[in-house]
Ligand binder design. Structure first.
Ligand code: AMP
Length: 553
C-alpha cells in the first residue's frame, strides 16, 4: 500500500471536526487494506507504531529530526526552526520545506506503508554506540523519498504528535462500522488486549465470534477499572447493598503480571516499570503464587511505618539508575486489592469471589506485601465503613474505596460499582500545554502553567486554566527545565510545549469561560502534585468538567 494513500486519509481526517465523518473515512480505509497490513494501518492512524503499552520508544527528539530534515531539503536547522515557529508545527513546516525542494527533485521510488512502518519501528531497536547517527540514516532513508504531504505526517508520527483528531474511541467505531461487528464487542476486546491493530484484524477475519474469544492474558496490561466519587459513605453503602470497603492507599497503582515464570510490573498508564522496582519483584516472588497471574495493587512508600508523601514514590517508579541505593532509602510496600487472572481469566467473576481467591493464594509479608485492609459492610453496619475511613485518615492514607461485592471487573470504565471517598475535595488531572516565564529575578522560571483537558471524542486537548501556585522553587525549577525540553514555540515570555507533564490541580469552583478552548475555567487553581504516573491520555475530559460544573450549579 502506498504511504501517499495514508497521507491523504490523514489529510481528510484533519479537514473535518465531525466525529461521524472521521469514523466513515477510517472505516473505508480499514475495509480497503489488504492482508496482514491492517494492524499496522490501524496503529498508524493513532499516530503510533507500537501499542500504547509497549516499552519500545522511537527515541527521536525534535533536534535529531531537524538535522535529518536539514540534510534532505538542504536548509539550515535555524531556517527549519523559523519555519516551525511560523507554521506552529513540525508537520506543516516540513510540508512547506519539502514542497520547495520538490520542484527540483525527481522521485524515484514511491514510499509504501510497509516501508515507513518497518523503518519507524527499526528506530526503536537502535541503542548504544552511534545510535544518533544510525537513527539519522533511517530517517534519511524515508524522508529522502517523501513527498511534501508525506513528510508532514511522517515527521509528526516520529514525534508522536499526529494531531488529526482521532482518538481510540473513533478507531473502535470505525472497526465496528468497517466489518459490521457490535461496537460493544470491539470495546471489550480493546479493553482486554490494548491492541487495536489486533482487534481490527480479528474483527475482519473472524468477526464477532473471534472478538468474543479475545481475553486478557498475563504479559499484556489491561486498562484499569476506575472509581467514581461517592457523595457520602452512607449513601454509597445504601446504594450498593453490600460493599467491601478498603483503605485507599495513596501511591501508584500497579498491575503485577506473571507469565511463564517472568514477573512484569505495569503502571495504570500501562507503562512497564519492572526494572525500576526490583524490590517489588522480589517480594511478589515470595508472596504471590507460582502460576500465571495478573494481580492489582497500590505501591506506597513507608518511612518509619507511616505512608510518605506521594512525591517520594515518583522518585522510584520511573527511575533508570541508582536503583540499589533508592531501594534502601525509599522502601516500597505493596497492598494487593484485586486479582484479574489466576490460572484463568477472573474478571467476569464477582468481586466477592475474586477477593476470596486473592486471600487464599497470597502469603502476606507483613508491612511489605499485604492484601488491602478490608471490611465487609452492609446497611446494618455502615459505622464500620465510617470507622475505617477515620482510621485510614489517622494513619495517613487518603480515604476509602467502596466496592460492590457482586460487580465483575470492568476494564477501563469509570462506573458506579467502585466508589471512592476522600478527605479532601476532588481534584482534576490536567496536562501542561504552555506557560509563562516570570519577571526579573524569576525570569528563568516558568511561573504560570497553561493546562488542558481532553476532548474524549477527538482526543484533542482543550485549555481550561492557568495555574501559578502550589509549587516550591525547587519544583518550579525542575518543571521549568522539563518544559525547556518540550518547547514547541516561544513568543516573548510565553511558551507552548508538547503535552507531557500532568498536574493534579485543586480549585474552588468551575466557571464558564470563553477565554479557554474548553469553554470552562477553574477559580483559584492550586497544584496539588505532579502526576508522573499519568500520561496525557489519562487526563480528565472536558465532559467530566462539564458534568462537575452541572453538579455544582
Ligand atoms: P482516583 O485515582 O482518585 O480516581 O482513585 C482511584 C485510585 O485509588 C485507584 O486508581 C488506585 O490507584 C487507588 N487505590 C488505593 N487503594 C485502593 C484500593 N484498596 N482499591 C482500589 N484502588 C485503590
Amino acid at each position: 500500500m502506498l504511504y501517499m494513500d495514508l497521507a491523504r486519509v490523514y489529510k481528510a481526517l484533519e479537514s473535518t471536526t465531525k466525529r461521524l465523518e472521521k469514523t466513515e473515512i477510517l472505516a473505508e480505509l480499514f475495509r480497503s487494506v489488504e492482508g496482514e497490513l491492517l494492524p499496522a494501518v490501524t496503529i498508524l492512524m493513532l499516530g503510533r507504531v507500537f501499542p500504547t503499552w509497549s516499552s519500545e520508544e522511537l527515541g527521536v527528539g525534535i533536534k535529531l529530526l531537524m538535522k535529518a530534515i536539514s540534510t534532505v531539503v538542504g536548509v539550515s536547522v535555524e531556517e527549519i526552526e523559523d519555519e516551525i515557529r511560523e507554521q506552529g508545527d513540525i508537520g506543516l513546516a516540513s510540508e512547506k520545506l519539502f514542497s520547495r525542494k520538490a520542484q527540483t527533485t525527481f522521485f524515484s521510488k514511491p514510499l509504501t506503508v510497509e516501508l515507513v512502518y518497518s523503518k519507524l519501528r527499526a528506530l526503536a531497536s537502535i541503542s548504544g554506540e552511534r545510535a544518533q547517527s544510525r537513527k539519522i540514516d533511517i530517517l534519511l532513508e524515508i524522508l529522502s523519498q517523501a513527498k511534501p504531504l508525506e513528510a508532514k505526517y511522517i515527521t509528526r508520527t516520529v514525534l508522536e504528535e499526529l494531531r488529526v483528531g482521532v482518538a481510540e474511541g473513533i478507531i473502535r467505531d470505525a472497526i465496528s462500522g468497517a466489518f459490521g461487528v457490535d461496537p460493544a464487542l470491539v470495546e471489550r476486546a480493546h479493553m482486554l488486549t490494548n491492541d487495536l491493530g489486533m482487534v481490527a484484524l480479528v474483527a475482519r477475519d473472524e468477526g464477532e465470534e473471534g472478538l468474543k474469544k479475545l481475553n486478557l492474558e498475563p504479559g499484556r496490561p489491561v486498562k484499569p477499572m476506575l472509581a467514581q466519587l461517592a457523595d457520602s459513605i452512607e449513601s454509597a453503602v445504601q446504594e450498593l447493598g453490600r460493599a467491601f470497603c478498603e483503605t485507599k492507599y495513596d501511591g501508584v497503582r500497579v498491575q503485577i503480571h506473571r507469565k511463564s515464570g517472568e514477573i512484569l510490573i505495569f503502571t495504570r498508564r500501562l507503562e512497564n516499570i519492572t526494572l525500576a522496582v526490583p524490590d517489588i519483584v522480589e517480594m511478589v516472588e515470595e508472596a504471590l503464587p507460582d502460576t500465571d497471574y495478573i494481580f492489582e495493587g497500590e505501591i506506597i512508600v513507608k518511612i518509619d511505618g507511616r505512608p510518605a508523601s506521594f512525591q517520594y514514590i515518583l522518585q522510584r517508579v520511573r527511575r533508570k539508575y541508582d536503583i540499589d541505593r533508592l531501594k534502601v532509602e525509599v522502601p516500597l510496600s505493596l497492598y494487593v486489592f484485586d486479582v484479574l487472572y489466576h490460572e484463568r481469566p477472573l474478571i467476569d467473576e464477582p468481586l466477592i469471589k475474586r477477593r476470596s481467591i486473592l486471600e487464599s493464594v497470597i502469603s502476606e509479608i507483613p508491612g511489605k506485601v499485604e492484601a488491602s485492609h478490608m471490611v465487609d459492610v452492609g446497611p446494618d453496619n455502615v459505622e464500620d465503613a465510617v470507622n475505617l475511613f477515620n482510621e485510614s485518615i489517622r494513619e495517613g492514607h487518603e480515604g476509602i474505596m467502596i466496592k460492590d461485592v457482586m460487580a465483575p471487573y470492568i476494564p477501563g470504565i469509570r462506573g458506579k460499582k467502585m466508589l471512592k471517598f476522600k478527605a479532601e475535595p476532588e481534584t482534576l488531572d490536567l496536562v501542561v500545554v504552555g506557560g509563562t516565564y516570570g519577571r526579573g529575578k524569576r525570569a528563568h522560571l516558568v511561573g504560570s502553567y497553561l493546562l488542558a483537558a481532553r476532548d474524549e471524542d477527538t482526543g484533542e486537548l482543550m485549555t481550561v486554566a492557568h495555574v501559578a501556585t502550589g509549587l516550591d522553587d525547587q519544583t518550579l525549577q525542575e518543571l521549568s527545565d522539563r518544559m525547556e525540553e518540550l518547547i514547541i514555540e516561544r513568543k516573548g515570555r510565553k511558551l507552548w510545549v508538547k503535552p507531557e507533564i500532568v498536574l493534579e490541580v485543586a480549585y474552588s469552583e468551575i466557571v464558564k469561560s470563553p477565554e479557554y478552548e474548553s469553554g470552562y475555567s477553574l477559580r483559584f487553581p492550586v497544584v496539588k502534585r505532579i502526576r508522573d504516573d499519568l500520561s496525557p491520555e489519562d487526563v480528565d475530559t472536558v465532559s467530566r468538567i462539564r458534568s462537575i460544573f452541572g453538579e455544582s450549579e
